[in-house]
Structure formats: structure tokens, C-alpha cells
Design a protein around this ligand. Sequence first.
Ligand SMILES: CC(C)(COP(=O)(O)OP(=O)(O)OC[C@H]1O[C@@H](n2cnc3c(N)ncnc32)[C@H](O)[C@@H]1OP(=O)(O)O)[C@@H](O)C(=O)NCCC(=O)NCCS
Length: 151
Amino acid sequence: MLNNVLIKNADINDIDELYAFERGIFTHDQLSKRQIRYHIKHKQNQFLVVKVADTIVGYCLIFCIFGRYSYARIYSIAVAPEFQKKKIAAQLMQKALIEIKNNKINKVYLEVAEDNLTAINFYKNFKFTVIKTIPLYYQGKYNALKMQKIM
Ligand SMILES: CC(C)(COP(=O)(O)OP(=O)(O)OC[C@H]1O[C@@H](n2cnc3c(N)ncnc32)[C@H](O)[C@@H]1OP(=O)(O)O)[C@@H](O)C(=O)NCCC(=O)NCCS
């Protein structure tokens, strides 16, 4: 367990490191540098990064969508393999949920590959429930589960 890690909002100086980190974790649907820059600058998004010894070891990207039915979407959460299972993602998720609540939003959605049991388990721990299966969501080949949490 790694407690009290530094979680902060990403800034434009983090773009190159985030880009390399993302490519090291995900094999598809990776964010481009341009998308990373956009999400960092977009005020309605929260791009949280976790740093250990000044190095990014995890991040969480959240979109807040405001309107008649406001909601948040957790686009992605990831921790470097060597730092996994130390509750870093749990700390990121806690912080993300606080940020979402601060925006007066009480509904959170996310999509996750149906075979990503680690992530599904992680989300269930945070009381997300599966609301539907989205066929062929990833790369037109793999199903996703849509999960929801009402706060
Ligand atoms: C999913 C992920 C973010 C979890 O990060 P993490 O920092 O290892 O998670 P934590 O240590 O905070 O775990 C919190 C809880 O999640 C669950 N969990 C985490 N890893 C798990 C695993 N390998 N198997 C089963 N449950 C797991 C557990 O319930 C755990 O609580 P516990 O340790 O008390 O049992 C991480 O595995 C990851 O980055 N995976 C690759 C990227 C990814 O698939 N992201 C999600 C889709 S966008």
C-alpha cells in the first residue's frame, strides 16, 4: 500500500510523459498528444495524475457533461504495472469522485472491456454496477460493459 501519493491536475508540462505512459499501458485507443493537450486545457475535464518521485505512475481522465441531466464519465484510469495493487487507483478514484461531487454531479458512467476483470472488480468495489453490454465497442471487435454509479 502506497499512501498519500501526490495526486494533481495534469498540466501541459506533463503531455510527453503522459503520452509515453499511455502507450506503455494500452495497446489500442491510446490518446494522441493533441487529445491529451485538449483534455488538460478543457475546463470541464479533470485530468488527474499521480506522481511518485516526480514520475507519473498513474492517471485518471474524467469528463463532466453539464446540462439538464448532468453526468460524469470516467474515460480512463491506469496505474503503471510495477505500482499496481498498492491502492493508487483507489486513491485516484476517491479524488475523482470528490471532484465530480464538487461539480454537483451525482451520476457517473464508464465503459470497460468485458474481459478486463481486474478493472471490473475495481469498479465494483466502488459500487459501480453494470447497466448494459455494448457490443463491439472496442476496435469494432470487443464488447464493453457500461457501468454506472449514483452518488
Ligand atoms: C485497474 C487498475 C487501474 C487498478 O489499479 P491499482 O492501483 O492496482 O488498484 P488498487 O490497488 O487501488 O486496487 C483497489 C481494489 O481494486 C481491486 N483490484 C485491483 N487489482 C486487482 C486485481 N488484479 N484482481 C482483482 N481485483 C483487483 C481490488 O478489489 C482492490 O482492493 P483490494 O486490494 O483491497 O483487494 C490497474 O490494474 C490498471 O492500470 N490496469 C490497466 C489499465 C486498465 O485496464 N484500466 C481500466 C480500464 S480504462
